[in-house]
Write a protein that binds this ligand. Structure first.
Ligand SMILES: Cc1ncc(COP(=O)(O)O)c(C=O)c1O
Length: 474
């Protein structure tokens, strides 16, 4: 999709602000001057300025024009607290289910679950594709799904797509699954036994912790850096004595920090874990939604030993309702395939063909390109609103992709208690301690930024800030 002129203009100014050429409080050129100097129409200049305002980078002052907003002082969350160095039993399921169910009520401001707004998803196009595939391939409803797990057309498209990030994947290593969660589940079942220890990021995605709990596995929390993800020296130490059965992580736009591991770290992790024979389960569900011009490579791209199982799905970019994902399981393919047959048989063949055609037609690529930009803007808007409305001392991890935001409130604010007050006011979020099996991050919370900015969302963030401010004084 060609970049629109006003977007290009807004991007140029955003770059000047990010690099410090334009500083907080400085005035931007007037609409008329901007139009003259950049040889664009007045309406393009106005749209560019409005776009910068929406991104939270500038503010309009009546009668005076647009000024660069003061950037919050500490945008990157502080170094994360040190997790315990022994594995812990996970016991989160009951509380998590309660929080997630309440967060899903229809009248609640959607700052809880990490879900894109339905309005951003290509639902009508999917309706049409389903109808067309069902009509053209009626026999897809007659197959024996327990043995025919993969649609070869979808596998071919996944292999082709992997060329964009250092692939190709091998067609034989792929297992199509019902969602990314199922892919993670199958990988864990394939390489661990109850009582084993799995190394996870801290803070880490709570469904991963739920999976460990349900499989009787222990979690060893590895510290993370807000920008670069899992701390390799800590992982190195943790995996020296052969007591870690697998590593489970989200290296691209992690949930909840939005961190992206640098290539050098990914390569080192792949080599180290292969040498120690510790299988790596990599969740790359947000890989296509990273903001950098170049899509980051997964750890899988650096793996020469077949030791990395790459999991992903179409939930974040096309629709979570598709319930379709995959794992490229390397040398664990046979073990994962057995688990797939036992756990759920095959995966809906019509959905697989719909996805194969969406990928082949380029519809997936177009959707991803549009969403990436949308989410980046929505995240910026949420950051700006949190800085406006949350108590002094609040810090935010700046995500490199995806659409969740990790917010650290002043020490002493208990976000589990704050959640009970917020949900009574119909505002959802996920309390920080649910991202740690040892109950760290009690003063943190995660906000979903998957919805287009609106007055209702601004009001919810403002109210949450007020409630947090009161909790701070209590
Ligand atoms: C890191 C991560 N993995 C997996 C999922 C779930 O994906 P799916 O709907 O395909 O199971 C999510 C959703 O929030 C996620 O954040």
């Amino acid at each position: 999709m060609a970049e629109l002129r006003y977007e290009k203009l807004a991007d140029d100014f955003a770059g000047l602000i990010a690099s410090g050429v334009l500083r907080a409080g400085e005035r931007l050129p007037s609409v008329r001057r901007l139009a003259q100097e950049r040889r664009v129409s007045i309406s393009t200049a106005v749209q560019a300025l409005r776009q910068l305002e929406m991104r939270g980078l500038v503010e309009a002052r009546p009668q005076s024009g647009f000024f660069v907003r003061a950037r919050p002082q500490a945008l990157v969350a502080a170094a994360m607290p040190a997790p315990p160095d022994a594995p812990v039993t996970v016991d989160l399921n009951q509380r998590l289910i309660g929080v997630l169910e309440a967060n899903q009520r229809p009248d609640v401001a959607p700052l809880g679950a990490a879900l894109p707004a339905p309005s951003l998803l290509p639902v009508s196009a999917l309706h049409r594709r389903y109808a067309s595939v069902a009509r053209r391939f009626p026999t897809l409803l007659e197959g024996s799904s327990h043995t025919d797990i993969n649609d070869p057309q979808l596998v071919r498209q996944l292999v082709r797509r992997s060329l964009a990030w250092g692939g190709p994947l091998a067609p034989e290593e792929i297992v199509i699954t019902n969602s990314c969660t199922e892919a993670l589940h199958l990988c864990l079942r394939a390489v661990t036994r109850p009582g084993d220890t799995v190394a996870v990021e801290s803070p880490g995605y709570y469904v991963m912790l739920q999976l460990l709990e349900s499989l009787g596995l222990k979690a060893l929390e590895i510290p993370t850096e807000p920008e670069t993800g899992i701390a390799l020296p800590a992982l190195d130490l943790a995996t020296r004595d052969g007591k870690v059965a697998a590593v489970l992580l989200v290296p691209n736009a992690s949930n909840p920090l939005g961190s992206v591991m640098p290539d050098a770290g990914k390569k080192k992790l792949a080599q180290l874990m292969a040498a120690r024979k510790v299988p790596v389960i990599e969740d790359d569900i947000y890989g296509d939604l990273c903001y950098a011009a170049q899509r980051p490579w997964p750890i899988k791209a650096f793996d020469k030993a077949g030791n990395v199982m790459l999991c992903a799905s179409f939930s974040k970019c096309l629709s979570p309702a598709l319930r379709c994902g995959f794992v490229a399981a390397g040398k664990y393919r046979a073990a994962v395939g057995v688990q797939k047959m036992l756990v759920s048989g095959g995966t809906n063949p019509i959905t697989q063909r719909v996805l194969a055609e969406a990928l082949e037609a380029g519809a997936y690529e177009r959707q991803v390109r549009g969403l990436r930009r949308r989410f980046e803007v929505q995240v910026e808007q949420t950051i700006a609103a949190v800085m406006r409305h949350f108590p002094a001392g609040t810090r935010i991890a700046r995500p490199r992709g995806g659409f969740v935001l990790w917010v650290e409130l002043p020490e002493g604010i208990d976000t589990a208690r704050l959640w009970r007050k917020a949900i009574a006011d119909n505002i959802a979020f996920v309390p920080g301690d649910l991202f740690s099996p040892s109950g760290l991050y009690r003063n943190c919370l995660r906000l979903n930024c998957g919805n287009p900015w609106s007055e209702a969302i601004e009001a919810a963030v403002r109210r949450l800030g007020e409630l947090a401010g009161r909790a701070n004084q209590a």
